[in-house]
Design a protein around this ligand. Structure first.
Ligand code: CA
Length: 225
């Protein structure tokens, strides 16, 4: 079981790290929110211990970005204040539990174990990028509030691109994930599907989100300029 700690106070981070390693967990530590979010997306840990007050990107923003990217990774929030609005906000944003500082390590370990036993909670699954939104339970895609009529394959393709947004995905990988087959280097079906998807998602709008990555495949991301 791998735990990511996002905490800028070196003493607290070291204390948590030591205790969790002694309890048999694999541990990674990040000291700011920006790096923490990147590592959370990259490592896909079993649990994240997330401090609210962080440099570069606060805990709220990390949690929101994580859920927006469709990651259900359990999050235990560390809050410095025993303020009810903070707890409510944390749980609404998709935290699984919270702990008020200062806390006892035994208490933290008990919460961690309890969260890991429960497994990832079912957070409302809505994937977003810019003004593009994919509502998974309702099987509905919209851009700038306008409904996009997608076929089942186009929906699956867009879901994959949104879940891995910012990551260039190879044609082989996309084919395996969406069509569950290996096209054996004939990617015609995939290219036609991408063209149709672009026609619906990008063509009517000035900002393009689906980009071709030469020699690789495709990436869904916001580009400026
Ligand atoms: Ca802090």
């Amino acid at each position: 079981m791998r735990i990511l700690i996002i905490e800028d106070e070196a003493k607290t981070a070291a204390y948590l790290r030591q205790g969790l390693i002694e309890s048999g967990f694999g541990v990674e530590v990040c000291a700011n929110g920006e790096e923490g979010l990147q590592q959370a997306l990259l490592l896909n840990p079993d649990l994240i211990i997330l401090d609210v007050m962080l440099p570069r990107r606060d805990g709220w923003s990390v949690l929101t970005a994580l859920r927006t990217a469709g990651r259900p990774t359990p999050v235990l929030l560390l809050t410095a204040r025993d303020a009810v609005p903070d707890k409510v906000k944390g749980l609404e944003l998709g935290a699984d539990d919270y702990l008020v500082k200062p806390f006892d390590f035994a208490e933290l370990r008990a919460r961690v174990r309890s969260i890991l036993r429960r497994g990832p909670a079912r957070h409302p699954e809505i994937l977003r990028l810019a003004d593009l939104e994919l509502d998974l339970p309702r099987r509905r895609a919209t851009r700038a509030g306008q409904r996009l009529e997608l076929t089942a394959k186009e929906f699956a393709l867009l879901e994959l691109l949104l879940r891995r947004q910012g990551e260039p995905l190879s044609r082989t990988f996309i084919a395996e994930q969406v069509w569950d087959v290996n096209f054996d280097s004939d990617f015609n079906v995939l290219e036609v599907a991408i063209r149709r998807l672009r026609g619906k998602v990008d063509d009517p709008f000035s900002q393009k989100l689906i980009h071709t990555v030469r020699g690789v495949g495709y990436v869904l991301e916001e580009r400026t300029g």
